[in-house]
Write a protein of this length. Sequence first.
Length: 387
Amino acid sequence: MSYTMTFDVSHKVGLGGGHLQSFFRHIARDVDSEAGFPFAHVNKNIVPERTRFNFTRVNDGAGGFRALQSVDGRPPSHEFDDYLQSRLATVKRTLRKDAKPIRGVILQLDPKWYDDHNPDWRERGMNPEAIGYMNAAMAWACEELGHQNIVGFSLHLDEYSPQLQVLVTPVTEDARLSQKDFFPGPWDLARQHKELREHMDAAGYDVEFGVTERSKEHLSSSEFQAKADRLRDAADDVEDEKATYETLRVSLKNRESNLDRRESGISARELELAATRAEAAQAIDAAHEAERSARSARLAAERERKEAELERDQLRATNERLQQIPPDIERWLDKAKFGGKPAREYFDAAAEKARATRSEVKLLIDGDRGPFRGPRRRQKEEDLDLS
């Protein structure tokens, strides 16, 4: 089965109105975004999730191409303009205000070829076979238009079909900027298209050699151009719908993932809240228990204090009774004798002994350890008989 090979050179870019800058940013959107410059683009067919598959290079001025870089804080796409300005500096004549220094050349394999040979390009990018054919197409462009006139290129994989965008500045060998020297008219476009197909056939691409409507598009037929415009608009509508569907599908998938994460977060927070509530309940129970223990301790202390006061009152009363001796007893103690000794001596000895006992009890109660504090006090109480 043979496949078409699209060759489109219909897009020219002028100097004024910031058109060049916008065009360069559109072409190099992958490297700009990666460098932190996510510019908005009007092309609704772009699928941002696939922009990372794009591959963009700028002319290194030494016969090759290199990756674009952000220089002095500028977006990497500015390197296209840097090379363009260096190439235009070789032009001898002053450029007109309406000059078109850039021609966009689009080289594209048949979308059916990708369906047959690289169906997963949207998810995995281009396979080695597809890359080889695009390299062959790029080699033809460098040979046909001059390597020094290729400002850069970008392989776009974030649109409906993969396409190679080549930026050409048409500077002649005698230092003139001339679109007509490189693209003089329909007959030369037909020649270029034919030679491109021959080049791709030699590279192994099963190319269709018949003249297709896509080829006729460049033959300056106003009637065919109107027809092509209608077909392109219809194709754009289909691509818009597909891109919108793809974007919606990705958006729904992201929303589903976000909902899953939110549900997981809510479950985790509920577990944390339950654990916090359990800890709070334990803390409240411990506080209540501490309060009950403190209340019991206060009641016990108050009870001991009252018992100590009562005991002191009893000792004080006993002491007062011992010190108060009726007058008739006093006289009897002075007159009575027992075993040849006066009764007073026996009484004084007994009173001294009682006073010594009361002093020991008072020391235990009012000692430096306080009333009823510690095991020594309790042991002394058990040893004493105050009844």
